[in-house]
Unconditional design. Structure first.
Length: 444
């Protein structure tokens, strides 16, 4: 019996005639559905987590820490030397590995309005940063107002994050007061400076939007004391994941070691490792689900071997070897796994591409039932809070989807290997059936 004959027998078990449908055939359908259903969340988790981690990491790297950060130190009553910063920035830009470089002065402070106050990260940049720096131009969007007002204004203007604006009920044209510190005669005093809101910006990540307050760098030099601020040159390379340490060394040499340099992974190490460990944990759980689904193949093949005992006995009586029977059942198991892959992978990809719409639909359904229950219980909806499946404080406003082709191929192979492994035991058991005993039991 050749491999073609084994494959033919396997195909007859997988696709029996209409009048031959039985419990074994139904178990095949069940096993295929189980594998398909286990692969759908696996593909969705892969696509969503990859896109989410990449989106958040992109914002952390490009907007918060930059790829490399060169920090200058100031002591005592020294003032920030803008000319020295300009010289250092221009020097760094000469390196071929450096894509962009810009100056930044950042410090913690308070922002207050008529509606309240909250903590903020004050970032002083050149007025045209939002126009010239690619990452700012691509990742920031102006929700209200305009960045052009910030760029072209000669007054004390500011751009604030969407979350701060929501918390303090601010709109473009409103006045905010920044509370920073100043040093007089060796003592530290609060300093209050008024700014006009030119625009409300968002990078799509609420954790960062709750911090931003951008002011012109010339105003930052006036109100931010260098001992309590971080004076930096923010450096972007063509690829933050490739040879970043070598570029860091070249930046040190270009600045004559006058600044302390840090790479993005040093500044965001804890958060980046947290993302990676969370993804690995989710994938581990999904793989366990696929493994449990693959076990159904084993029980399915046991059922088939019991149903087809007579056929196996007849085949053996005409000279078919045990190895040929074994091959037929192994191919049947692989066929079940392959059918699950063919159904599950495309459905998982389809759901991934429509994940934002699906989440919104589920949220609407959940909130409709929750409102109905709340209305029946309390008689009104005055204190009802909308339920969100994904808290915007921890996720991006819109989930980016990244289909990881190489990883999906790897998990397809893993599913087929699991299908093969779970087929071995029942295939061996079916091959050991003795024709004489089978005929005796059947009364032949």
């Amino acid at each position: 019996m050749s491999i073609k004959s084994s494959a033919l027998l396997a195909s007859r078990m997988l696709l029996p005639k209409v009048n031959r449908k039985s419990v074994g055939t139904k178990s095949i359908v069940g096993a295929v559905i189980c594998i398909a259903l286990s692969l759908i969340p696996l593909v969705t988790v892969l696509s969503v987590t990859d896109g989410m981690i990449e989106g958040i990491t992109e914002r952390l790297i490009n907007l918060s820490s930059s790829h490399i950060q060169a920090q200058f130190s100031y002591f005592g009553d020294e003032t920030i030397d803008k000319d020295f910063m300009d010289f250092g920035c221009e020097s760094v830009k000469k390196l071929p590995e450096v894509k962009e470089a810009y100056e930044l002065i950042s410090s913690s402070g308070f922002v207050s309005s008529k509606s309240g106050r909250c903590g903020a990260l004050i970032r002083a940049v050149e007025r045209d940063t939002f126009e010239k720096v690619g990452s700012y131009k691509n990742l920031f969007s102006c929700v209200e107002g305009s960045t052009e007002d910030f760029i072209n204004s000669n007054s004390k203007s500011a751009l604030i994050g969407k979350e701060i604006a929501s918390r303090l009920a601010l709109s473009p044209g409103d006045t905010i007061r920044l509370v920073t510190t100043q040093k007089l005669n060796g003592k530290i005093f609060p300093k209050i400076t008024a700014f006009k809101v030119s625009g409300i910006i968002s990078c799509g990540y609420q954790e960062l939007d709750s911090l931003w307050v951008f002011i012109p760098i010339e105003e930052g030099i006036k109100i931010l004391h260098p001992e309590n601020a971080t004076v930096s040159i923010m450096i972007e390379t063509s690829d933050p994941f490739k040879n970043i340490k070598n570029v860091q060394q070249k930046v040190d040499e270009q600045l004559l070691y006058s600044a302390m340099t840090y790479t993005w992974d040093e500044l965001n190490q804890g958060q980046y490792e947290n993302f990676s460990s969370t993804k690995m944990l989710l994938l581990f759980i999904m793989i366990l689900i696929v493994l449990v689904a693959s076990v159904n193949i084993s029980s399915c093949l046991v059922m088939l071997s019991m149903e087809r005992q007579k056929e196996i006995a007849i085949l053996k009586s005409v000279g078919v070897k045990n190895s040929d029977i074994r091959k037929s059942f192994i191919l049947t198991g692989l066929g079940i796994g392959a059918a699950g892959v063919i159904i599950g992978i495309p459905l998982g990809i389809l759901i991934s591409f429509n994940i934002n719409s699906l989440i919104q639909l589920v949220e609407k359904i959940i909130n409709a039932f929750a409102q109905l229950f709340y209305l029946i219980k309390n008689g009104n909806l005055r204190s009802f809070y909308t339920i969100y499946l994904m808290d915007e404080a921890y996720y991006l406003e819109k989930i980016p989807v990244e289909i990881p082709g190489k990883q999906i191929i790897m998990y397809i192979l893993m599913t087929l290997v699991l299908s093969l492994l779970t087929s071995l035991a029942p295939a061996a058991k079916a091959a050991k059936e003795k024709p004489i005993e089978t005929f005796r039991k059947a009364g032949v």
